[in-house]
Ligand binder design. Sequence first.
Ligand SMILES: C[S@@+](CC[C@H](N)C(=O)[O-])C[C@H]1O[C@@H](n2cnc3c(N)ncnc32)[C@H](O)[C@@H]1O
Length: 189
Amino acid sequence: MDYELKSARFLARDVLSRAVRPGDTVVDATMGNGHDTLFLCEAVGPAGRVYAFDVQPEAVESTRVRLRENGVEDRAVLVCDGHQRMDAHVSGKIRAAVFNLGWLPGGDHTVTTLWETTREAVEKALSLLLPMGVLVICAYPGHDEGNRELRELIRFLSALSNREYNVLHQRFLNASSGAPECFVVQKMG
Ligand SMILES: C[S@@+](CC[C@H](N)C(=O)[O-])C[C@H]1O[C@@H](n2cnc3c(N)ncnc32)[C@H](O)[C@@H]1O
């Protein structure tokens, strides 16, 4: 089969599927409709724990239904709170955290992630990461807040110490506007 370069979302899933092991504790910082939460519940297995966050009760409910339908609801702690407060909810260190920024697909576009709280949450996720753990972020430019969030994220992640973290940024240089971009941060061992 021909090798194909794939999108930001593909890289995010690929990294998570390689980094997360059965029994791990992980964070889904933006639950939305629960696609990533389900993926993580399957990756951590029955002995693992997924802490998932969203500020919208309908996102939490839609995720709860998805997990129940797939028989993995008991692996997740679904929190209706901002990801910037993750340290108040997560116990222990985490192997991975995923952020899929922006707004809920099919939902209210005025409820979108904002750089100030995203930054706080990213800092907290980094402090919770195990050595060799990964932080995966998909950012969506193409609207005002998305553009600002992407610009500030690049500035923030570029300034992380290269003795403590490796930081990867994947983007297609000739993509149409609004195409997602992926960041992977790995804490050194
Ligand atoms: C692009 S969606 C996530 C999609 C999700 N990963 C999925 O698989 O369906 C972004 C989500 O972030 C949520 N959000 C916005 N601000 C937040 C915050 N401060 N903390 C947690 N979630 C937030 C929105 O409500 C929205 O549901």
